[in-house]
Design a protein around this ligand. Sequence first.
Ligand code: SAH
Length: 224
Amino acid sequence: MAWRSSGATNEALIENLYQNGLITSERVKNAMKGVDRAHYAPSAPYQDSPQSIGHRATISAPHMHASAAESLLPYLRPGAKVLDVGSGSGYLTHVLAELVKPGGKVVGVEHIQALVDLGRRNTGKSAEGRELLESGALEYHKADGRLGWPAEAPYDAIHVGAAAAGHQEALIEQLRSPGRLFIPVEEAYMQHIYVVDKDENGKVTKKKEYGVQYVPLTDAPTED
Ligand code: SAH
């Protein structure tokens, strides 16, 4: 149960996720300890639950961020290139950037300008985050993430933080061989995580995992 992992500090939250088996790798544990969730969640940052960040977006629960990072981990090596679609608060974007240090690069794509600015501002709250932004190892861009970010393709790993209305060919196209895509997909009013692997020969396999509840991956709101 999600709430069992909540803590009084960032360190306690991450340690509890680890004790409860929601984080299993030391690398993910250390990367999440290195990014203070208080810089990204507007309230109750050390609670293991999603929170509103405005603009109908939410920062996902810590156990979901952990699950995504663990799933992509074999592709998150130093020097790897990563795309985070629907970067929202910027929390996972920053954690991913920590996991591909040194020499790696993470691109966060978000279709609401205010959230592009929010992600950048949140990342700038720590010295490590500022260093990532200044060195170009972490970039935020405003774009329709369904189209990926072709300028930096191919990607070793792609994370999608919003539920897609179907499989996204443009994203699969932008995966390296080998590479992995973590994406929530909507099917018959349900959402499931799919892990899409492209092997070294370019062969694609899609594995359906657990049921989830994400904000939808949509057209940008017209007022923006
Ligand atoms: N990983 C983020 C999730 C934010 S919620 C976090 O934990 O903070 C999902 C985000 O996807 C929202 O910010 C929403 O604005 C964004 N989004 C939805 N459709 C999109 C699209 N087509 N292109 C880019 N971003 C999109």
